[in-house]
Design a protein around this ligand. Structure first.
Ligand code: HEC
Ligand code: HEC
Ligand code: HEC
Ligand code: HEC
Ligand code: HEC
Ligand code: HEC
Ligand code: HEC
Ligand code: HEC
Length: 439
């Protein structure tokens, strides 16, 4: 039995330097390959995958003799037995980088895989889409998985990229400097419902940072990156106050907003049309999709205020963040009105309930099953325009907040109402002939 790091007296190998060679030997005794395992991997892979060897050579790992076999094991030594390499997950990195791995496991990124699997929408996806490179999981793969899950995924032909840590510290350079650049977040945090990179890069914050990157502004110029605000002090447990969907409990004090939030919770299927909690509440709570307490929200908010306060005055910061909260409120009220219109069509039998919907009520988490344009319009209000509006405020992007967000939101409600009226006219042509009631 190999010694654990704790047994060797090290909190994490990252700081141990001197003793780690012995530990490595204890973990992975060189027997299967024979001879000088370090050199054999490198010599052969210099021909087989020269790019990988070149990247590894410039890494800190190479300097510290964290060789190929330390991560991959030494059971494979030729082209015939490549399947014998060990599965790698954050725990393996954590043997030497315990603090980072523990933080990672506490943050939202570690949930990205579980959430995806738990979503009712995921069931709709064909296997090809789910497991393929361009499917949901090309971004959501960064969620934590056990080694056993990774083995199973590989056996199912799902491929590589499940190690999580290497989404920001790309293999095999595993560079800190690379992960500190906002571009490390760009591959996933862009587009449709979460265009944070586009917002940030065209904001004052982003423009200044990009000018620093190309050397026009000096290194000392202040400009926050995604990491400044979301990985404070290098903390790998990324998480925000509102979260992605910006729906949280308890309900707000403002009665109009509270009513709108309730309507949205119903469309998420977390409350049933009578306002009673459903099994989904448990699911979204477990997946940390909805913040369930005021303290939870407040703790994250205080962290953020402190971060902004390093460059801006407290007054400035509080008023800016409040604008974000107010935008959530405004869009919630417009969205709720949209939900009410579409729910009315279901109630009156004008739209037929799709099979996957639990109730004759819009269901945002099963929207794929919604066959009608009006359902899709409503879903886009929720998933695209509302997201863009409040995310745009939080990321100092007036273009997203106003034009791509709030503006589209209002326009969509008008269109939605017209579509609903038209559907009602078509369902009851006889009513068309009736004279309009005088006001
Ligand atoms: C710090 C740990 C670490 C070290 C050291 C390391 N690797 Fe890797 N390697 C990884 C990770 C993580 C992956 C991704 C595995 C996955 O997605 O399942 C990987 C994947 C690979 C792959 C398959 C994927 C691809 O891109 O082709 C090859 C081949 C490979 N490594 C070779 C090497 C060689 C050769 C060395 C030594 C020069 C080496 N590795 C050193 C962590 C490491
Ligand atoms: C005699 C040549 C040779 C030696 C020695 C060798 N490898 Fe490989 N390795 C290969 C070949 C060939 C492949 C398959 C590459 C391909 O499909 O393009 C491979 C594949 C891999 C992969 C990817 C496995 C996968 O799932 O696709 C990893 C990781 C890897 N080697 C690591 C190592 C490590 C670590 C060592 C040393 C313990 C090592 N190799 C020694 C030839 C070698
Ligand atoms: C056997 C121990 C060991 C393992 C396993 C290991 N590392 Fe490292 N890692 C190190 C050492 C040693 C350093 C250099 C530390 C230093 O220079 O202060 C390092 C440095 C790093 C750095 C900082 C690089 C920089 O540019 O400063 C990152 C990022 C990193 N490792 C990520 C990983 C990831 C991801 C994995 C798993 C795929 C991993 N490590 C596995 C020992 C290890
Ligand atoms: C490989 C894709 C990927 C990369 C790269 C990535 N993220 Fe994420 N991120 C995700 C996914 C997926 C989620 C949602 C996880 C979940 O909860 O299911 C997420 C969630 C988040 C959240 C939490 C939002 C909430 O709900 O509270 C923050 C903050 C975040 N990421 C910031 C970053 C930053 C900063 C970087 C770069 C340093 C980054 N991400 C890099 C995919 C990625
Ligand atoms: C381009 C990368 C990418 C793709 C592809 C992607 N997602 Fe995401 N997903 C993210 C990011 C990033 C977040 C977090 C966004 C945020 O917090 O603003 C996220 C968040 C989520 C969340 C909310 C998690 C939470 O805790 O709030 C769910 C559910 C989700 N995605 C499901 C899916 C499904 C289903 C698919 C496939 C149809 C998919 N995603 C495809 C990047 C992606
Ligand atoms: C969302 C992107 C992201 C992911 C995923 C990520 N890291 Fe990091 N990592 C960073 C950033 C950014 C830094 C630089 C933090 C700082 O400025 O101190 C960093 C720094 C590090 C360092 C260097 C610490 C130091 O102070 O020198 C190590 C080691 C490390 N990460 C390991 C890991 C491991 C292990 C994992 C997986 C469990 C991981 N990282 C996942 C973004 C990421
Ligand atoms: C100046 C600070 C700052 C910078 C820079 C920043 N963000 Fe944010 N981010 C915020 C604030 C504030 C929120 C909303 C927090 C809350 O819920 O109260 C947020 C929220 C998020 C969320 C959760 C959903 C949402 O958008 O509301 C994700 C994901 C996210 N940011 C990713 C990123 C990424 C990726 C980058 C870089 C491209 C980035 N952020 C740059 C401050 C920042
Ligand atoms: C690392 C320093 C830094 C941090 C942290 C930071 N900012 Fe900024 N911010 C700047 C600089 C520099 C500017 C451009 C000069 C200016 O407008 O004050 C700016 C501009 C802005 C602007 C645009 C103001 C305008 O007049 O166009 C807003 C809004 C903003 N920041 C909000 C925030 C919020 C909210 C946070 C925290 C979530 C934050 N900032 C965090 C440095 C920072």
């Amino acid at each position: 039995m190999a010694l654990t790091l704790k047994e060797m007296g090290f909190k994490n190998l990252y700081c141990l330097r001197g003793g780690y060679r012995e530990w490595v030997k204890a973990q992975w005794p060189v027997e299967a390959v024979g001879g000088n395992v370090k050199q054999e991997c490198i010599t052969c892979h210099n021909d087989v995958t020269p790019g990988i060897v070149a990247d590894w050579k410039v890494s800190k790992h190479a300097q510290h003799e964290v060789t190929c076999a330390v991560c991959h094991g030494d059971r494979h030594a030729s082209s015939e037995d490549a399947s014998k390499v060990l599965p790698i997950n954050p725990d393996r990195c954590g043997m030497c980088h315990q603090i980072k791995a523990d933080q990672f496991k506490k943050g939202k990124h570690s949930l990205a895989w579980g959430t995806l699997k738990a979503m009712p929408t995921a069931h709709w996806q064909t296997l090809a889409k789910m497991e393929g490179v361009r499917g949901c999981e090309s971004c959501h793969r960064l969620g934590y998985k056990t080694e056993a899950e990774i083995v199973a995924l590989k056996q199912s032909g799902a491929g590589f990229g499940y190690v999580s840590c290497d989404v920001c510290h790309t293999r095999h350079t595993f560079s800190k400097k690379e992960a500190q650049q906002p571009q490390a977040c760009q591959t996933c945090h862009m587009g449709f419902d979460h265009p944070q990179y586009e917002m940030w890069s065209a904001s004052k914050h982003g423009v200044r940072y990009l000018l620093k990157q190309n050397g026009i502004l000096p290194e000392s110029a202040t400009a926050p990156t995604c990491q400044t605000c979301h990985m404070q002090e290098g903390n790998h447990a990324v998480r925000t106050a509102w979260g992605f969907l910006a729906v949280r409990l308890p309900l707000p004090l403002d009665p109009k907003w509270a009513e709108a939030r309730k309507m949205i919770l119903q469309a998420l299927g977390v409350l049933d049309p009578n306002g009673k909690p459903t099994a989904r509440l448990d699911l979204v709570g477990k997946a940390d999709i909805v913040r369930l307490t005021q303290e939870d929200w407040l703790n994250e908010r205080i962290k953020m205020v402190t971060t902004c306060n390093a460059c801006h005055s407290a007054n400035f910061v509080l008023s800016e963040l409040d604008k974000g909260d107010q935008m959530i409120k405004r869009t919630d009220i417009v969205l709720a009105e949209g939900i009410r219109v579409v729910a009315g069509l279901y109630k009156d039998g004008i739209l037929k309930k799709p099979a996957s919907y639990a109730h004759p009520f819009p269901d945002f988490l099963s929207f794929h099953d919604a066959p009608t344009t009006i359902d899709l319009k409503l879903w886009r209000m929720f998933m695209e325009y509302r997201m863009r509006a409040f995310q745009g405020v939080f990321h100092a992007s007036p273009v997203y907040a106003q034009w791509y967000g709030w503006g589209e939101m209002q326009q969509s409600l008008t269109e939605l109402k017209e579509m609903a009226a038209e559907l009602r006219r078509r369902a009851h042509p006889e009513k068309k002939a009736l004279p309009r009631k005088p006001k």
